[in-house]
Every structure is written in C-alpha cells, then in structure tokens.
Write a protein that binds this ligand. Structure first.
Ligand SMILES: [Zn+2]
Length: 247
C-alpha cells in the first residue's frame, strides 16, 4: 500500500457534535474507492488500496465524545447527560493536529476513546460489541504492518495479537448478550453472519461443541450466502479436527 495514495482516497466530512454542538471534522473513505479483497476468518475486511477499518470513528477534540460513525448522531438524552458528566467534565479540549491520513496507531487510540464513550453512555451490547470487534481488527492490522525482517517485530506482533484477542473476547461477550436480547441486525450483522462470528470465537476459545452448534444453524439456514457458507465449511473442518483429533 503506497501511503502517498491514501490521502487521495479519503476526505474530511463535517459533523456537529451532539454533546458540545461544535462543528468538527473526521476523515472518511470516499464512496466506492476501496478495492475489496477478502474477509478474514473473524470477518476483518481486507482492501488492496486502503485500510477502511481506520476510518470508522468520529472523535470530538472539544469535549472528548467519540463514536462509530453510524452511531455518532443517534444518542439519547440520557446518553448525552452521561457523556457530559463522565467524559466532557474531565476532558481537556485541544486543536486537532492536521494530518493527511490516520495511521493505524491513531485509529486505535480513536477506537479506544470510542470504546470508553460507548461504555460510559451505557450503550446496548450490540454497539459495545461492535466497537470491540473493530478494535480487534485494528490490532491485527497493526500486526500485519510490522516488517518481517526486523528482529523486534516478533515481540511486538505477539503484543498486538494479544490486544486483538482481548478485544475479540470482549466482543464475544457483548455480542452473545446482544444476540439474546436484541433484534437483528446486530452490529450491522444478520443472524447468520453473527452466528458465524460467534462460531469462530467459540472455536478460538476452545468451545468446540458450541462452535459446531452455531455452524450447523448457519449452514442449514437457506438465507446464508454462498460466501458465508464457504467460510462455515472451512471453520467446520478446523472444529472437527479438534473434536475428533484421531481421524
Ligand atoms: Zn463535542
């Protein structure tokens, strides 16, 4: 990925902060400019020309409020009060340093602020789980950016992947609760997509029977897309190998 190209793929979007009413900007990927390659086993999207995961948050430098772009404007009155009391009251407002694009480190600190605000405003489990999922993706993106030939990379990669796993397990916890108590779509996912993700996380946690239960449901559901069905079958092989190691 050529860094000099990245700024041509993004633009500044203008928003009004729902907490402090100030006009603010956040960088966003231009519509239809990212070239999709694949999604990883945990649904992390990969694009060939830009990392879209970096441009999913809006952060107000004046009051500290941060949210996923799609949740930024839809706060309730109670949530705005909670943010004013728990975030704005302790936040030092600052001018944002101009930049051409967000680095993955910047995106992670924005996503962490988003997580803090999402928890403090007592958002639904689906919203908290969604932020944790995206934080997990960003740490994996950061690990992917490490140079292969640098001896310091191995230790850093291990740390980043640990952080990614912690965020993923938080996502698992919140998305499992959301699945029981909320209506679909949950965190932008249909029932089959979410169940696939929970199957994958169950596999990572070593809960192979639970993983298989989720997978069976997804594979037998007629609304499952062929692409998702393929992912399920790949995962099923991995789970089966754990359940029946001798075969
Ligand atoms: Zn604000």
């Amino acid at each position: 990925m050529d860094k000099s190209d990245e700024k041509t793929l993004i633009l500044d979007r203008n928003y009004t902060c729902p907490i402090c009413d100030k006009k603010i900007k956040a960088k966003a990927v231009k519509t239809n400019s990212a070239k999709f390659v694949e999604t990883k086993a945990d649904l992390r999207p990969i694009h060939s020309n830009i990392n879209v995961n970096k441009y999913e948050t809006i952060c107000c430098p004046n009051c500290g409020f941060a949210a996923l772009t799609k949740n930024f404007t839809n706060t309730t009155q109670t949530q705005r009060r909670l943010i004013r009391e728990n975030i704005q009251a302790n936040y030092k407002s600052h001018e944002e340093t101009p930049c051409d694009f967000y680095t993955t480190e910047m995106a992670i600190s924005r996503m962490k602020m988003t997580l803090l605000c999402t928890v403090k405003k007592q958002a639904k489990d689906s919203e908290i789980g969604n932020v944790c999922l995206k934080l997990s993706w960003l740490y994996q993106d950061l690990a992917d950016e490490l140079p292969e030939d640098d001896p310091a990379s191995a230790k850093k990669r291990e740390n980043y992947l640990n952080e990614a796993n912690n965020a993923a397990m938080n996502a698992y916890e919140h998305l499992t609760k959301a699945r029981m108590n909320e209506d679909f779509p949950i965190a932008g996912m249909s029932e089959t997509t979410l169940d696939y993700l929970l199957a994958y996380y169950s596999y990572v946690r070593g809960e192979y029977s639970t993983s298989m239960q989720y997978l069976s449901g997804v594979v037998s559901n007629r609304s499952t897309s062929p692409r998702l069905k393929d992912k399920c079958l790949e995962l099923k092989d991995l789970v089966n190998a754990k359940l029946h190691p001798s075969e």
